[in-house]
Structures are given as structure tokens and as C-alpha cells.
Design a protein around this ligand. Structure first.
Ligand SMILES: [Zn+2]
Length: 344
């Protein structure tokens, strides 16, 4: 698809018809530029889909953006958060404070938010350092990743959502479509009375969302497998108009969802080839450094290397579930590093 990406400075609050407005809210210092917040009109006050990054400039953009559409942030009835990430859920707490709105989120992300809000910073850092070491990261990389800035956890929701739940918005039919993958509790929202789908980060027109597994070596989940199933799930809803949280609005969610699925299948195929070619078990770090990324591995800052490793780990885990690769216990038994090889 031709890139229609425009910088934040060219974005404006827009009436996209059918009682729905899009309000761009900046993500300071992030190349993605902005989150598109959607406001759905209702006689009981607007309901927002996502809220934006927790930053004073983002708050002003949201408040003034809503005002430009004739809505008052103090009258917001509720905020449905597509997933817990800071560029989506960050401002939900402040919107609630200002308006008394409820915040709704899928129960799986709500549980993660609860854990994040309780976790001790030191314990989290130690856990992350262990994860990086077992994956084969170097000392400098471990230091850089574990000391990097992390945004505050978002506000805890008042309501939790499950697949199929209707959102409380008078006069409209807005249904929760659980789409785990990018996060365990990511949801899309199907505006059934208008054949539109709020896709969050699940289906974006020009980029694909980060799919990682944390810690890298856990075996009790398969986020990429979940993501691929979630892509098929939204594709089966038909050629709905997509209202994504970044980039631009586009037609036909189904077509794009299937293209993203195909992209990951290609990546899985080349990963098996990479492991077969290596001829010996490799650490997650070694594998990530040999995979193809938007920038060369040498140019990736440590934080992005950490994300690339998580992405590699998610692909390895999906291949393991399919019986194509296995993890090995070879090497020094005292060393708890994880290595992967092709399944013979
Ligand atoms: Zn996200």
C-alpha cells in the first residue's frame, strides 16, 4: 500500500461521519508521531476509543481536539482502551479524573496493569537482566535495556471486557472483538451499525505491530500464534472500514489482515532456513542478530535490540509449537542460556 503517512503537524481533528470523530494526539519523541483517538457521539456523552500518551502536550491536544469537534472532555462517558500500552491507555486516568468516565479494558490486559502497578522497580530490573542474560545479550546491552526510561503504568480500569461484550454506549452497537497477540488483552471494536472496525494496533495500514514474548524464554504462551489467529478472526468479519490507532484510516481490514499474516509466515519460513543453515543451536540474541530488520543489527540501539530479540523469540516460540524448531539443553549445564535449533 502506498504510504499515506503524514507528520503530526499535518494532522487535524476530523469528522469521519456517522457520529465519529478522529482526534490526533502526539506521542512526544516517538517516530510514530501520534495516536488517533476516536470519539463516538452518544446522547449520554462521547465514548473514546483510546486516550493517548500521558504527557501535558498530549492532554492539551486531546482536550482541544475534542473541543474543536464540539465535544467537551468533561462530558466523556467512557474510555475503551484497545490495549494497555502507554500511547493508548496513558491519558485514560486523567480523562476519568476530569469527567468521571469509566475506563474499560480486556481482562487479560487489566491483569497485566495490576501486576505492573504492584511490581517493585528493582525486582523488575533484576528479572529483565536475567531474561537478557539467558538470551545471550552482552553486559553493556543488559545495562542499557534495564536502565532505559519506562512510562508509568496506566490507570486501572473500572470495567473489564471479554470477547463479544457490548460496550455501554446508548444508541450504538459496539462489540468487543478480542484480538490477542500485540498484547494478551488487545481488543478491536466492531461498530456493527456502521460496518467499521476500530483496529487499535492489531491491523495498521503501513506497518505491523510489535509481537514479542516476555520473558523471551517463556513457554506458557504463543503470542505470534495468537496474533495470526486474531488476524484471521478479524478477516472473517469481512471487508470492514478500518479505524486504526496510528497512521491513516483505510478500507478493507480483511485484505490487510491477511497480508500481515502472510508477512509473518514468510518470516517464519526464513527463520527455519536461518537455523538450518547455522547447523548448530543458537541463542536468541545470535538469531535476532542474523534476522532481517528495518535497520542493520549494528545500527540498532540496545532498546530496539531488546525488542527485536522479543520478536525473534515470539517467532521461535510459534515454530516450536508447530514442531519446526526445538530448544536445546546443550552446553555447560551450569549455564542457563536458551538455544534453538531446527527439529530433526
Ligand atoms: Zn501498542
Amino acid at each position: 500500500m502506498k504510504s499515506l503517512r503524514r507528520p503530526y503537524s499535518e494532522q487535524r481533528p476530523t469528522d469521519i461521519g456517522g457520529g465519529v470523530w478522529s482526534v490526533p494526539v502526539p506521542i512526544p519523541g516517538n517516530p510514530l508521531g501520534y495516536t488517533l483517538i476516536y470519539a463516538i457521539e452518544s446522547p449520554a456523552g462521547p465514548v473514546l476509543v483510546d486516550a493517548g500518551w500521558n504527557h501535558p502536550d498530549a492532554w492539551l491536544a486531546l482536550r482541544d481536539g475534542l473541543a474543536a469537534t464540539g465535544m467537551d472532555i468533561r462530558e466523556v462517558r467512557g474510555v475503551v482502551v484497545t490495549h494497555f500500552h502507554a500511547d493508548h491507555a496513558g491519558l485514560a486516568g486523567q480523562v476519568r479524573q476530569e469527567s468521571g468516565a469509566w475506563i474499560a479494558m480486556h481482562e487479560a490486559d487489566a491483569e497485566l496493569v495490576g501486576t505492573m502497578r504492584e511490581a517493585e522497580e528493582d525486582a523488575q530490573r533484576t528479572e529483565r537482566a536475567g531474561m537478557l542474560r539467558r538470551a545471550g545479550a552482552g553486559a553493556a546491552e543488559i545495562e542499557a535495556v534495564t536502565t532505559a526510561y519506562r512510562p508509568e503504568p496506566p490507570a486501572a480500569p473500572d470495567r473489564t471486557l471479554r470477547d463479544g461484550d457490548m460496550i455501554d454506549i446508548p444508541g450504538r452497537r459496539l462489540r468487543t472483538v478480542w484480538t490477542p497477540g500485540h498484547t494478551p488483552g488487545h481488543v478491536c471494536l466492531h461498530l456493527e451499525d456502521a460496518d467499521r472496525l476500530f483496529t487499535g494496533d492489531h491491523v495498521l495500514p503501513g506497518i505491523t505491530p510489535h509481537i514479542g514474548v516476555y520473558p523471551y524464554d517463556r513457554t506458557d504462551m504463543d503470542p505470534l500464534g495468537d496474533f495470526l489467529a486474531s488476524l484471521e478472526k478479524v478477516a472473517e468479519l469481512g471487508p470492514l472500514e478500518a479505524l486504526p490507532a496510528h497512521e491513516w484510516i483505510f478500507q478493507d481490514t480483511a485484505e490487510r489482515a491477511r497480508a500481515i499474516g502472510a508477512h509473518h509466515e514468510e518470516k517464519l519460513t526464513s527463520l527455519v532456513a536461518l537455523l538450518a543453515e547455522a547447523g548448530e543451536p543458537l541463542t536468541i540474541w545470535e538469531i535476532a542478530s542474523r534476522m532481517t530488520w528495518k535497520r542493520s543489527w549494528d545500527d540498532l540501539p540496545s532498546m530496539l535490540r531488546g525488542m527485536a530479540a522479543a520478536e525473534a523469540a515470539a517467532h521461535l516460540r510459534a515454530l516450536e509449537v508447530r514442531g519446526r524448531v526445538r530448544r536445546t539443553a546443550e552446553g555447560d549445564p551450569k549455564e542457563d542460556m536458551v538455544r534453538f535449533t531446527v527439529h530433526s
